[in-house]
Design a protein around this ligand. Sequence first.
Ligand SMILES: Cc1cc2nc3c(=O)[nH]c(=O)nc-3n(C[C@H](O)[C@H](O)[C@H](O)COP(=O)(O)O)c2cc1C
Length: 147
Amino acid sequence: MRSVIIYASTHHGNTKKVVETIAQNCGVELVDATKVHEKDLSEYDLIGFASGIFFSKFAEPVLKFARENLPENKDVFFIATAGNPIQLNFKSISDIAEEKKCNERGRYQCKGYDTYGPFKLVGGIQKGHPNEEELKAAVDFYKSIDK
Ligand SMILES: Cc1cc2nc3c(=O)[nH]c(=O)nc-3n(C[C@H](O)[C@H](O)[C@H](O)COP(=O)(O)O)c2cc1C
């Protein structure tokens, strides 16, 4: 099984912590979509997209990467970290995967330290997240879909 996670983690490195923990434990390849804009994904069996949430959407570099590089009919999964982890946060990326007739294998979301706008004044929200428990849950999630 050849798998890769395309990610962006620009606010506090929250998403990077999650995907690096998965990579260390499960040997998945990582691609930073803020640096790499083009890649042939046709040889991968499982393709993940991971991001912080910005105004209810995945980061634009991840969405752009998916629009331009995700082949049709692939098995995909999604990972998000967010100040407010709600299901709607996945819509921007799941819409692209759906357009490309991809098969979603699962999604994982946890809290991520957030100091955006007014939250900065109070020292941010979700401080300390993702925590050890959430990182372990992310690895368990990945193991459950990598079969
Ligand atoms: C400009 C901006 C907008 C954000 N918008 C949202 C949002 O709409 N919903 C949410 O739950 N979190 C929002 N957040 C919080 C981030 O999604 C959260 O901190 C995330 O863990 C950042 O991931 P990263 O450190 O990997 O970039 C926002 C953060 C910033 C800086």
